[in-house]
Design a protein. Structure first.
Ligand SMILES: *[C@@H]1O[C@H](CO)[C@@H](O)[C@H](O)[C@H]1NC(C)=O
Ligand SMILES: *[C@@H]1O[C@H](CO)[C@@H](O)[C@H](O)[C@H]1NC(C)=O
Length: 497
């Protein structure tokens, strides 16, 4: 267990704020199968998922069932929550598909953004993203916050911007979280992403305070106006922990093979990436973690609530789903197989994809055909979170917005937000050499707040934290002015061999 550069600077800068987070490592998946008790309860899901967390996940799963899980693949032994996302697959030229190696399991960040954060209630579940989306309607890359228009602030647009795919290349400065909202093309990844790609997605964190679920599993929740912080829209005033998932996929293993990558839901673009969560925490424990886990390192080891109850790597890794549903006994999501499990067709977009059918499916019979042209995604070159380019300071790491002073806010959809940003301090990963920075020339007056590193099972995780002071002035419709002062910390996480 290694860490740690000092957090003194961060602590000093953050004193007096409630900004904090922890990240829950889930070192291995409990299964790779067509299971989705949120969207397709009681049957086989339309497409495959990589599943993490409590072992008692079934076609229909209640809070009590998850609590009864014999084990979890996540580090805190009493977190029996269920976490899942689509898996990444490679389609060879001849139509054979196989799952891409997932590196290090999954990380679930619990970011404590906003005030008076409540634990997820019993029975709580939610979805982030939309499996059928195949295009992005905003500007590429994201305009700086100061230039966000009402259009950028709609829930639809915030949702599109809530996910991202980082091109990993540990010899270079890291790209910012959610910098790129689409999966780069294979050619691009072959050439630039020596360490694979990291898929990331933010869940909405503003709750309507009463429904633990909704028909589309999304409407009981809303994004705050900056996705990873900011203020909640009217009617969604209860702050829950902000969940952020990261998974790393070894795309580089297919460098010399012709073919293309596709998510298990038949999405080669990434726009349809999504994630699911079912609460499996003991509610009191989660509430006390929310109140107690305030160490800026984000390490579970540094939170007293988890002490004595953290699993070792082998313990996490041996936890598997308790009973694979019979309906899935003919499924082979990992492959090599003659197509994606569930017979999922590849849908390139840009139109909204046709709905996929849940339920029993024979083995794939139709090999996917590769489109003559690649999926319609733009090119967005590698940009470090620290470059002073178009993405501004907001582009870096995970931004944690801590609202120190929140005057009565107008409804989000009727506001314009102007931002002035000044970078007080930034962190950089220690592995970065001066030579590697040549293009992104980082001036020496960019102070480093802190960098932490931890190692497990040959994987080194590095967390870079930078802190930025931001002042946002929100102008209400009725010309009322509200001023909000925010402090941002940014965490960029890298996983490496
Ligand atoms: C879960 O634990 C219970 C109690 O120890 C045991 O009876 C049961 O067989 C376990 N289930 C599995 C699938 O291991
Ligand atoms: C882009 O996606 C949206 C939302 O699904 C859809 O309404 C629109 O038609 C798509 N655009 C194109 C060009 O297909």
């Amino acid at each position: 267990m290694k860490s740690v550069a000092s957090f003194t600077a961060a602590v000093a800068l953050l004193s007096g704020t409630t900004n904090a987070f922890w990240r829950m490592p889930c070192r291995e998946r409990i299964g790779l199968m067509r299971l989705d008790p949120i969207v397709d309860p009681g049957t086989a899901s339309s497409h495959g998922h990589t599943l993490h967390g409590g072992s008692n996940l079934q076609e229909e799963t209640t809070y009590e069932m998850l609590r009864d899980s014999n084990c979890t693949s996540c580090q805190f032994e009493d977190d029996k929550s269920a976490y899942w996302t689509p898996s990444l697959h490679f389609i060879h030229e001849n139509g054979k598909t196989e799952v891409v190696e997932q590196i290090g399991g999954m990380l679930a960040y619990y970011l404590l953004l906003g005030k008076d954060i409540k634990a997820f209630p019993k029975g709580f579940r939610m979805l982030a993203g939309d499996s059928r989306l195949r295009n992005f309607t905003g500007a590429v890359p994201d305009p700086p916050l100061a230039a966000w228009t009402e259009e950028d602030l709609t829930q639809f647009s915030l949702g599109q911007k809530s996910l991202g795919f980082n091109c990993l290349h540990y010899k270079k400065p890291a790209e910012g979280a959610r910098y790129r909202h689409f999966l780069p093309t294979k050619d691009y990844m072959d050439e630039n992403c020596a360490d694979g790609i990291r898929a990331e997605i933010f869940f909405p964190s503003c709750w309507n305070g009463k429904d633990v679920d909704s028909d589309n599993h999304k409407d009981h929740m809303a994004y705050p106006n900056m996705i990873d912080g900011g203020v909640c829209p009217e009617g969604f005033d209860t702050r829950l922990p902000s969940l952020f998932y990261e998974t790393i996929w070894n795309t580089q293993a297919f460098k010399d093979f012709p073919g293309q990558f596709v998510w298990s839901n038949g999405d080669p673009t990434g726009y349809g990436y999504h994630a699911d969560f079912i609460n499996g925490w003991d509610i009191d424990t989660l509430q006390s973690a929310v109140e107690t886990c305030t160490d800026p390192s984000g390490k579970t080891e540094d939170c007293p609530v988890f002490s004595g109850a953290l699993l070792s790597e082998p313990e996490m890794m041996q936890c598997k789903i308790e009973s694979q549903p019979k309906i899935l006994s003919n499924d082979d999501c990992a492959g090599p197989a003659d197509g994606l499990c569930g017979n999922v067709p590849v849908q390139y977009g840009p139109a909204y994809a046709a709905a996929l059918k849940p339920g029993d499916h024979a083995e794939p019979t139709v090999k996917p055909t590769l489109a003559s042209s690649a999926a319609p995604v733009p090119t967005l070159s590698y940009a470090s979170a620290r470059s002073k380019g178009a993405t501004d300071a907001y582009g870096g790491g995970i931004s944690v917005y801590n609202v120190e002073e929140t005057p009565a806010m107008p409804t989000l959809t009727s506001t314009s937000v102007s931002t002035s940003t000044s970078v007080e301090a930034e962190a950089e990963t220690p592995a970065v050499t001066a030579a590697a920075l040549a293009d992104d020339a980082i001036s020496s007056d960019d102070g480093i707040v802190s960098t932490s590193t931890y190692t497990s099972e040959g994987i080194v995780y590095e967390v870079a934290i930078k802190e930025i002071a931001v002042t946002v002035t929100v102008e209400a419709k009725r010309r009322r002015h509200a001023h909000m002062h925010r402090r941002d910390r940014e965490h960029g996480l890298l996983g490496r061999h």
